[in-house]
Ligand binder design. Structure first.
Ligand SMILES: Cc1ncc(COP(=O)(O)O)c(C=O)c1O
Length: 405
């Protein structure tokens, strides 16, 4: 009789994952305030209230709310005057929006490799990728886990570059005891549907830089600055009051969700440590709060007797546990070689396989568990561990199944 669900056995788990998104009475209360207000636009009272509260929560002075986390990066680039002819150094191990935002702004993405021990952009690789055209380095805090930010600050300071944090996935992360946005010149957050603070679609920009804040303010107001002078090319990309209403309620729930994810994350750390085919990622000692948008770890493919990462994780999913294999390097996507991209950035992007560590983790090692799973109970974490163990211990069935196909 087969044991693995993938081969016809009984799945280890039939319980559904916790529901995401989570909402309740507070969302309804704030939304009725938004519906009753005189304006639904980005300058309304709920947007103002959210911006103030979220700036405080994030340990920075300025907070702007925008349409989404792609527009927020594009807007940051415009506010700095970074555009056509310029380069920004970025990881290829990210959601494509980190790159499409650069391309829409005419900026050439230059890919630097990740640290295989963390899956995060390596500061050394980023430094090696600097050219006379580089204007900024943009580490993406993949999974909500910022890494070696002091190194990035040093590199940026020494080379006169801007440090942009793509914290789309890192809402609530703390580094050195402070909100992660306090560690970069400017930070972008996404409030898209899957994110830990969500209003369906939305974006946030955070900065301590007063002059930058003035320029962002002007861009968001049709290009008109606070003295009424049209100083910038505007982008009408602010957030509606309805989105801000939902975010106000979501922000109230966030601290307890962060605490729950941290607790379950620590429990998973301990339990996964029992599995010798699992490789834990290194975490920066200065990371005081991991936002755990993703719980990430590596599989030791060499211990799987020839099974691929994809085959292994597909069998884990058949057991009822949502374990995903994660990103593929952005430069491998056909769209990156398109004429449109060349037109936007004015030159070809180097798409040769240039980041071996990112390729290795993408195709052979990386495994993700989504943030909403970490909102479950200890037994749900046990299910994750037990499903991995079950597939590993019965991997011969999968290998046998291959032969009969
Ligand atoms: C790393 C990263 N950067 C940027 C974005 C873009 O955000 P949005 O979907 O809100 O445009 C996302 C998510 O969607 C993301 O995961």
């Amino acid at each position: 009789m087969p044991v693995l669900a993938k081969c016809g056995g009984t799945p280890l788990r039939t319980k559904k994952d916790p529901r995401w998104t989570v909402s309740g009475e507070r969302e309804k209360e704030y939304l009725s305030r938004a519906l009753a207000a005189d304006t639904a636009g980005p300058d309304g009272p709920l947007n103002r209230e959210f911006r103030e509260r979220f700036a405080r929560f994030s340990d920075v002075k300025h907070c702007f709310t925008v349409a989404n986390g792609t527009v927020s990066i594009e807007l940051i680039l415009r506010a700095y005057g970074i555009g056509y002819g310029d380069e920004v150094i970025v990881t290829p191990y990210t959601f494509i929006a980190s790159i499409s935002s650069l391309i829409y702004a005419g900026v050439k993405p230059v890919f630097a490799d990740v640290d295989p021990e963390t899956f995060q952009l390596s500061p050394e690789a980023a430094e090696r990728a600097i050219t006379p055209r580089t204007k900024a380095i943009m580490p993406v805090y993949v999974g909500g886990c910022p890494d070696r930010l002091d190194e990035f600050r040093r590199v940026c300071r020494e080379h006169g570059l801007i440090l942009i944090g793509d914290a789309a996935q890192a809402v609530g992360a703390e580094y050195g005891g402070r909100g992660v946005a306090a560690c970069a010149d400017v930070t972008s957050i996404s409030c898209q549907n899957t994110k830990n603070l969500t209003c369906g679609e939305g974006g946030i920009i955070l900065t301590d830089d007063d002059a930058l804040a003035d320029r962002i303010e002007a861009i968001l107001h049709g290009g008109v600055n606070r003295y009424g002078v049209r100083t910038a090319i505007g982008l009408q990309n602010g957030m509606s009051e309805y989105q801000a209403a939902v975010l106000l309620a979501q922000l109230e729930a966030l601290p307890s969700q962060i605490a729950r994810r941290k607790e379950n994350g620590a429990y998973l750390d301990a339990r996964l440590g029992e599995l010798d085919f699992v490789r834990a990622l290194r975490r920066d000692p200065k990371l005081t709060t991991n936002a755990f948008h993703l719980y990430m770890f590596g599989l030791r493919e060499e211990k799987l007797d020839g099974l691929t990462l994809g085959e292994f994780l597909s069998a884990v999913r058949a057991e009822g546990v949502s374990a995903a294999p994660g990103y593929k390097p952005v430069y491998t996507f056909p769209c990156m070689a398109s004429d449109y991209v060349k037109k936007c950035v004015g030159s070809e992007i180097d798409l040769r396989p240039c980041t071996p560590a990112a390729e290795r983790i993408s195709y052979h090692e990386a495994c993700w568990i989504w943030q909403y799973v970490l909102l479950g109970e200890k037994e749900d974490m046990d299910d994750c561990v037990n499903a991995l163990r079950k597939v590993y211990e019965n991997r011969a069935e999968l290998l046998e199944g291959r032969k009969t196909k």
